[in-house]
Design a protein around this ligand. Sequence first.
Ligand SMILES: *Cc1c(COP(=O)(O)O)cnc(C)c1O
Length: 458
Amino acid sequence: MPDFRVLPSVDQMLTSPEGLALIEDHGRLAVVTAVRAGLEIAREKIRSGEDGAALAAELPQRLSDALAAAARTALRPLLNLTGTVLHTNLGRAILAEEAVRAAAAAMAHPLALEFDLDGGGRGQRDDHLRGLLCELTGAEDATIVNNNAAAVLIALNTLADGREAIVSRGELIEIGGAFRMPDIMARAGAKLVEIGTTNRTHPRDYEGAIGPQTGVILKVHTSNYRIEGFTAEVPAPRLAEIARTAGVPLLNDLGSGSLVDLSTFGLRREPTVAEAVAEGADLVTFSGDKLLGGPQAGFVVGRRDLIAAINRNPLKRAIRLDKIRIAALEATLKLYRDPDRLKERLPTLRFLTRSEAEIATQAARLAPTIDAMLKPHGYSASSCACRSQVGSGALPVDTIPSAGLRLTGAGGDAPERLSAALRALPVPVVGHIRDGALILDLRCLESDAALIEALAAL
Ligand SMILES: *Cc1c(COP(=O)(O)O)cnc(C)c1O
């Protein structure tokens, strides 16, 4: 029979000085739950032969650690040093200060979300963004939903429920997670009509597929992959002509979409939303938190009658935006009215346009300090060249020259061990492992002190 008497009772734990201090920090209920769980684990260990006195001695510390871990949110801010600027798993775009302030104000105060301050009557929540979106894209009208996946879903459902949607086999993409174009089309009620081949689709393929059952022609930005070599696709203006002649709407899903010509910032050109509209698409869909640099959202811009039909779709209510994101989006879109200062104010663009030379200087400056901090733990750091990417399906095959820190240690699993240790920090540091080292790409690190402070907790 194991002897549990060396362990304190729940009551003794709760009234001990350590227990009282924990109750002060975490509240009585959380501490009682943790004490019961801790004692249960200790009893289990005594049963399997461990020393009860030692277990009892370490109980207060274990409790304190467990409660601290439970109190710490997994959603705490971290340092994204992966080199992927728009990392979907790390929350994509970082908002501009103007957007953060607008979102915070919307959270803390009532606001005229669906209220007309001029007339005192009812307003529309999308009105705050419609004017801006039309101004920035040249479209007649616009509507805003939860994300681009929802934008595609509601546009397809509105135009092609119970009807056919024509799409090239080269554009039937999977974006990641569970977003596969054929599945979204099925859920929207549209019957998929695949045309062309994986690498080549011609005008005659579209023309041959159009019939009385056609609800929409869909064009999809292939986002996260490129087909190279013997390829052909129908340019958007030609496709718009085919659609117009047949009297069928053309929906162009741009994915990331951009409101500015990225080549003016030294990046590869991506079709802008304004171009897609000008090329004759009846509706264009794109994301709020990819290249646009705002909060999660999806936009549909284009013909007024089709936008009105989308707004009448009962699905709209189920996928509408909340006030916090509407406020953040309005502030983000307003930054685009001043393109000259956009690069400084919009973090996504600021990160993407940092020069390799500037980042290399930062890496050289930080390397000795970080090396000295890691030495006692058996690791070393040196500056290195690396390559960043945009992420979220934008410019998928392009990488941007960058610089960072190369962290190494003894043993084959050193990068994995260090990577795990950095992820467990109070401010986690997330890099990527390459060629037997943990690489910290400094493209998204704007403050040296942030990394030094984070690593000081190692
Ligand atoms: C990313 C993407 C989507 C989904 O957008 P979310 O904003 O992530 O919902 C849809 N279509 C394309 C082409 C994309 O690149």
